[in-house]
Design a protein around this ligand. Structure first.
Ligand code: FES
Ligand code: FES
Length: 152
């Protein structure tokens, strides 16, 4: 079935079964590989994108259910003009293998849009569903605080 979705400001019509996960469409049809396939079960956060401004797990959302604009990390900033969250993650070198980081950045960007000066508890709650197997957590937390302009 032909389904039209808006991703990073561009409309796309894709031919896909209704229940195809948004993540598959982003990666396989639109060649947006920023959202990562981690678990495919909604348990790791590697696939996080924004849907209507909210951080969501694109592996769990059927493409036919997408009714609001989608932003992937490719639409957040560029190498020349990074989003403040991206800049903070680079400044703090908040990655080891990096596989979880795009999801971390997307969850953080959604948090700071909603809550520009989050408390430590709010930061930890917002990132609770984003898993990092490398143990980069302390650097990630420093990057989030830097992006929020609170003490690192
Ligand atoms: Fe979507 Fe893990 S791949 S939550
Ligand atoms: Fe490797 Fe987080 S940096 S999983």
């Amino acid at each position: 079935m032909a389904i039209t979705i808006t991703v990073n400001g561009r409309r796309h019509t894709v031919a896909a079964p209704d229940d195809t996960p948004l993540l598959y469409v982003l990666r396989n049809e639109l060649e947006l590989n920023g959202p990562k396939f981690g678990c495919g079960l909604g348990q790791c956060g590697a696939c996080t994108v924004h849907l209507g401004g909210d951080a969501v797990r694109s592996c769990l959302i059927p493409v036919s259910a997408v009714k609001a604009p989608v932003i992937t990390i490719e639409g957040l900033g560029t190498a020349d003009k990074p989003h403040p969250v991206q800049a903070a993650f680079v400044a703090e070198q908040a990655a080891q293998c990096g596989y979880c980081i795009n999801g971390m950045v997307m969850s953080t960007a959604a948090l700071l849009k909603r809550t520009p000066k989050p408390s430590e508890n709010q930061i930890r709650a917002a990132l609770d569903g984003n898993l990092c197997r490398c143990g980069t957590h302390m650097r990630i937390l420093r990057a989030v605080r830097k992006a929020a302009g609170t003490p690192v």
